[in-house]
Design a protein around this ligand. Structure first.
Ligand SMILES: Cc1ncc(COP(=O)(O)O)c(C=O)c1O
Length: 386
């Protein structure tokens, strides 16, 4: 058994990241400035998107994308129940209603048929979440969006880099939102990015990320800038800092290396769990390139004498850190009490929730550590077999 605790996640911070951040600090420009511009340009190049707008979180990215798409009071937005708080809260902050939708049983991505059933005359947008880094069925979602005139705002917090039928996530829907939170596939500490093909939306989001004040407000303290500014709309304080962008630039160049390292972990897990029938491993469909942000196993509870929570507790006792993605939104008091959702409305998400465990998957995880996780999980399922 491990003698020290194995963290669920450790960000991949190297000396080059530390040097990049130190350079930013020494430059005398710490808030949004030239490094943010450069990170936006490099991110657009990496994803193949026409425009990229850097912000200070994935949540801010979602909020600005929906605002740019014109979501307002009285509108409905389709949101998967299998997601994090951020995806739905921004809808509510704009005065609109998040309509929760069940997932499909295999990838746990939003169910296109359930999306279609949830559309009403008030529906204005869909937020597909690429769960764990596996792209959603974008053909079905784009077809529905075109038929019903809905804006597609992708929540790609898990999906850098990922492809759907050869197309890079970030170039598929109308607007795509990424997160650079500490646990994500690249990190800026806190941060986010929105990509879009639409120049007017990019301009709007850039302006709204800095108080809704006129274009290039960040330049007002430079020689080329002007002290004079105009407030065009009541915006937000969502701009990224140059310190964060320096880290982002340094991380982005290793994004593909990080993915290869996560794929190595995935393969080792798949091999390790191959003979263990109480564990269902995550799938990757043939027509996608999965980002492997998360490796989510499912327990076959019928074969076990203990439940998922007890398995997690036993893993903790064996010094293995794990997580659960996600507690579906409809099970949280706010959504249950304010919108009247019940577990019966979301049979697939409910069934999955009781069985899922996210295992550590990150570049720094050694083959031996993956082996320790496998041994602990398999050992527990053998010991508590029915
Ligand atoms: C699916 C999903 N969407 C949005 C977010 C929000 O991103 P951030 O923490 O950068 O605000 C997260 C996680 O943090 C997430 O997992």
């Amino acid at each position: 058994m491990r003698t020290s605790f194995l963290s669920f996640h450790v960000p991949e911070i190297g000396e080059q990241d530390i040097a990049a951040v130190a350079d930013a600090l020494r430059s005398g420009w710490v808030t949004a400035g030239p490094r943010v511009k450069e990170f936006e340009a490099q991110f657009a190049r990496f994803t193949g998107a026409a425009h990229a707008v850097a912000v200070n979180s994935g949540t801010a990215a979602l909020h600005l994308a929906l605002e740019a798409a014109g979501i307002k009071a009285g509108d409905e937005v389709l949101v998967p129940t299998m997601t994090f708080a951020a995806t739905a809260e921004v809808v509510i902050q704009l005065g609109a209603r998040p309509v929760l939708v069940d997932c499909v049983p295999d990838t746990l991505n939003v169910d296109p048929a359930a999306l279609e059933r949830a559309v009403t005359p008030r529906t204005k947008a869909i937020i597909p979440v690429h769960f764990a880094g596996h792209p959603c069925d974008m053909d079905a979602i784009l077809e529905l969006a075109a038929a019903k005139k809905l804006t597609v705002v992708e929540d790609a917090a898990h999906a850098l880099p990922a492809r759907w039928r050869g197309k890079m996530v970030g170039t598929i829907g109308d607007l795509t939102c990424f997160s650079f939170y500490a646990t994500k596939t690249i990190t800026t500490g806190e941060g986010g990015m929105i990509t879009t093909e639409d120049a007017a939306w990019a301009d709007r989001m850039r302006m709204m990320s800095l108080h809704g004040i006129s274009k290039d407000a960040w330049k007002r303290y430079t020689a080329e800038g002007s002290w004079r500014y105009e407030i065009i709309a009541p915006g937000y304080k969502y701009n990224m800092t140059d310190i964060a962008a320096a880290l982002g630039l340094s991380q982005l160049v290793r994004c593909d290396d990080f993915l290869r390292a996560r794929i190595r972990c995935r393969k080792l897990y798949d091999q390790g769990f191959a003979g263990c029938c109480a564990i269902q491993t995550p799938i990757s469909q043939d027509d996608v390139e999965h980002a492997w942000h998360l490796y989510v196993i499912r327990l076959d509870l019928e074969q076990l004498r203990i439940d998922r929570d007890q398995v997690i507790e036993l893993l903790k006792q064996r010094n293995i850190g794990v997580a659960v993605h996600f507690i579906p939104l409809h099970l949280h008091p706010y959504y249950r009490d304010n919108y009247g959702y019940t577990p019966a409305d979301f049979p697939n998400a409910n069934a999955a929730f009781e069985r899922i465990i996210s295992l550590p998957i990150y570049p720094r995880l050694s083959d031996a550590e993956v082996g320790e996780v496998v041994d602990a999980v398999v050992g527990i399922t053998r010991e508590y077999r029915r």
